[in-house]
Design a protein around this ligand. Structure first.
Ligand code: UDP
Length: 454
């Protein structure tokens, strides 16, 4: 019997990276590969704790992230520096150990594109190299263009934004404000510099990758894939895998909200979720709460631990009592199942790429509330390119006010074209992961390549 190709997969240690990388690996397991999935110890322990069912199709292993037990993993700078210093050596030792035996040898490394060092390491060890990009292909194209932005005098040699302007790489690709470039979204100057330098390093390392695969679909970003033929869309992965059942969560999913959804009218519920990172300040949190109340519609709102900066009880006075009959608050939702529920009417989202594609796969219109880097890009796709959603306007104090929230909710529900376009896009995107579709074919070629090189 032919031995299964053994893949070592390394996600960037953040929730929005671990989930899609796990989905990719579950697809590979289904297609006859063996996967060793490397998390940091900290994330590994959280994932194991949050798993509700034994999902032992992969070998889940862990390496230390270089931080002490008590140190704050939300400190992006600390985490990134520790991860880049400590994890490479640990992963190298892990691969060498596995490959001491002749039977079980790792033949291929799949690494998050942000971890260029893992691609360099794989090259050094003579292994196949695959870079996986978990955000939009457009945002990777933007990273590829960072040296050009420096040459054009838009960005300085240390990453400082010299010209505040919108950047448009391709005619139909959404433009991005130079101030929304990834590193510029961090407030710490040291972290800005670290992330800026990393873009150059990763651009070099990714040249060693034999495949650069993206959790996107040609249907969603046709022009980008045409201009960057090395980027191969194989997504949306969840839709091609096991719709509704995700892995790799850092928090335990509150499945009771699904029963609550069962009791709501068709296409009525506003699902409100801002991914795994967003932190609101008190003023915007309260406006959001009051805005949802004003809509008079049922809503399901994810208020993650740490979502709000201060205060033991951040809700407006009396809010919880007043919304009891039509609002539901959860700390972490089974988002895939929620989005697929027939009661859902729209997705009020921060437009992280995973949330974006998950909403698209379920034919949902969006209300867009981006706050960081590529989320502005994703918002432009939704509002300007696919025309399946609306953004919010900020008031003179820079806040999205309650009335604005109510108005946009009414506008979205009041115009059935949003839903109609969302359903059309859903059909096209889902057909790309079905037999014969572009992502399906790309994924098949990819798996065949892994097997042939084994
Ligand atoms: N997610 C979830 N439950 C929640 C909120 C988010 O399962 O209550 C999942 C969501 O389905 C997505 C991921 O967490 O797969 C968030 O990724 P995204 O790229 O949208 O945002 P990020 O967390 O990276 O900002």
């Amino acid at each position: 019997m032919m031995t299964k190709p053994h893949i070592l997969a390394i996600p960037y240690p953040a929730q929005g990276h671990v989930i899609p990388t796990m989905e990719l690996c579950l697809c590979l397991v289904k297609h006859g590969c063996k996967v060793t999935f490397v998390n940091t110890e900290f994330n590994h322990n959280r994932i194991i704790k949050s798993m509700s069912e034994a999902d032992n199709v992969m070998n889940l292993v862990s390496v230390p992230d270089g931080l002490g037990v008590e140190e704050d993993r939300n400190d992006t700078k600390k985490l990134a520096e520790a991860v880049f210093k400590v994890v490479p050596g640990k992963v190298e030792a892990l691969i060498r150990k596995i490959n001491e035996s002749d039977e079980n040898r790792v033949s291929c490394v799949i690494a998050d594109e942000n971890l260029g060092w893992a691609l360099d390491l794989a090259k050094k060890l003579g292994l196949q190299r695959v870079a996986f990009w978990t955000a939009s292909a457009a945002s990777l194209a933007m990273m590829f263009n960072v040296p050009k932005l420096v040459d054009d005098g838009i960005v300085g040699n240390n990453g400082e934004i010299l010209k505040k302007q919108s950047i448009k790489l391709l005619p139909l690709m959404p433009d991005m404000n130079s101030t929304d470039l990834l590193w510029n979204c961090f407030s710490d100057p040291g972290l800005q510099r670290f992330v800026f330098d990393l873009a150059f390093k990763n651009n070099e390392s990714v040249k060693a990758a034999e495949w650069i695969i993206c959790n996107s679909s040609q249907v969603m970003e046709n022009e980008v894939f045409a201009a960057y033929p090395k980027l191969i869309p194989i997504g949306p992965l969840l839709a091609s895998n096991r719709l509704g059942k995700t892995s790799g969560h850092f928090w335990r999913e509150d499945t009771d909200c699904l029963k609550w959804l069962d009791q709501q009218p068709l296409n009525s519920v506003i699902y409100v979720a801002f991914g795994s990172h967003t932190i609101f300040d008190m003023a915007e949190f309260q406006e959001l709460a009051l805005g949802l109340e004003l809509t008079n519609r049922p809503f399901l709102w994810v208020v993650r631990q740490g979502f709000i900066e201060e205060a033991a009880n951040p809700y407006p006075e009396g809010f919880i009592d007043r919304i009891r009959n039509r609002g539901r608050l959860v700390e972490w939702a089974p988002q895939q199942k929620v989005l697929a529920h027939p009661s859902l009417g729209c997705f009020l989202s921060h437009c992280g790429w995973n949330s974006t594609i998950e909403g698209v796969c379920n034919g949902l219109p969006f209300l867009c509330w981006p706050y960081f880097a590529d989320q502005f890009f994703d918002k432009s796709y939704i509002c300007d390119v696919w025309k399946t959603g609306l953004g919010f306007d900020r008031n003179e104090n820079g806040i999205i006010g309650r009335q604005e929230i109510k108005n946009k909710v009414e506008q979205l529900f009041g115009d059935e074209n949003f839903k109609a376009r969302a359903v059309d896009l859903q059909a096209e995107v889902l057909s790309s992961v079905k037999r014969g579709g572009s992502s399906y074919q790309n994924f098949s070629s990819f798996v065949n390549w892994i097997k042939a090189k084994n």
